[in-house]
Ligand binder design. Structure first.
Ligand code: NAP
Length: 239
């Protein structure tokens, strides 16, 4: 199977690193000279050179995608075109592309990660990727995933960084702080999804103990975190 990745930039390269485990890749970007040799990946500069691909993934900036809709449609014909482009809706894509789908992910996809899909059957065209699929019921839900799945690693990295810095302040080495942080963030997600917030706190916090002291201080950041995700989500409507 051959996969075309149109737009081999930050997201496109992350998708390629995952997809190259199970498929041959034709990667389209303007500046071919910026690429390193990768086994199973052919870099080209024109979308027209990707015509033999079976499936097309698009990771262009919204403005660039809009200006190339017609070309991509002509090259892909009736083959599936899966857009990872923020904010360009199916109604607009359908004017030039016969068989379009939408998806959203983040740079973690280079390792494994998750892909949100709309409509849900989009996932059937992405089985060559090692990923967990999130099935969106509406296109608005997929649009919101631009913030909650696409951008959120940058926002959460800020919280992770604060974790590391405070651990350094308390005498933990940088490497040990990183390890502790990775496990603590993963454990928090696991425990929250299994037990919910209250049960997780009940199991961890002792009356008058360390956790309670930390919880007393943390309430200030919750609103800011929510506002930041919602602001990122609103921005999608302006793209
Ligand atoms: N970055 C993320 O974390 C992330 C997460 C989720 C979704 N997305 C979505 O992914 C899309 C791309 O974002 P990005 O951050 O990956 O952008 P980017 O790093 O700027 O990548 C865009 C790529 O498009 C290529 N390109 C530009 N014009 C082209 C043309 N005419 N023909 C072929 N290729 C062309 C560029 O090639 P050159 O580099 O050679 O100029 C570049 O490789 C956006 O719609 C964004 O919403 C990004």
């Amino acid at each position: 199977m051959k996969i075309a990745v149109v737009g081999a930039g930050n997201l496109g390269m992350a998708l390629i690193r995952n997809a190259m485990r199970n498929a041959e890749i034709i990667a389209v970007r303007r500046r071919k000279e910026k690429t390193q040799e990768m086994e199973g990946v052919e870099f080209v500069t024109d979308i027209e050179e990707a015509g033999e691909a079976n499936i097309f993934l698009v990771a262009l900036k919204p403005r660039v995608f809009r200006s190339h809709l017609e070309t991509i449609g002509d090259v892909a014909k009736s083959k599936p075109v899966i857009s990872f482009v923020a904010g360009v809706r199916l109604e607009e894509i359908l004017k030039h592309i016969e068989n379009p789908f939408r998806a959203m992910t983040n740079l973690g996809i280079e390792e494994k990660g998750a892909i949100a899909c709309y409509p849900p059957e989009t996932a059937e065209h992405l089985r060559f990727l090692e990923a967990e699929f999130i099935y969106c019921e509406t296109e608005n839900e997929l649009d919101a995933m631009t913030s909650y799945l696409g951008s959120s690693p940058a926002l959460i990295s800020k919280l992770f960084h604060a974790f590391v810095i405070s651990a350094l302040h308390q005498g933990i080495s940088y490497d040990n702080a990183l390890k502790a942080g990775m496990h603590a963030f993963q454990s928090a997600a696991y425990l929250y999804s299994k037990y919910g917030l209250e049960e997780t706190i009940r199991k961890i916090a002792t009356p008058g103990g360390t956790t309670a002291e930390g919880l007393r201080e943390i309430s200030g950041i919750e609103k800011g975190f929510m506002e930041s995700l919602i602001a990122a989500s609103r921005r999608v409507d302006e793209l």
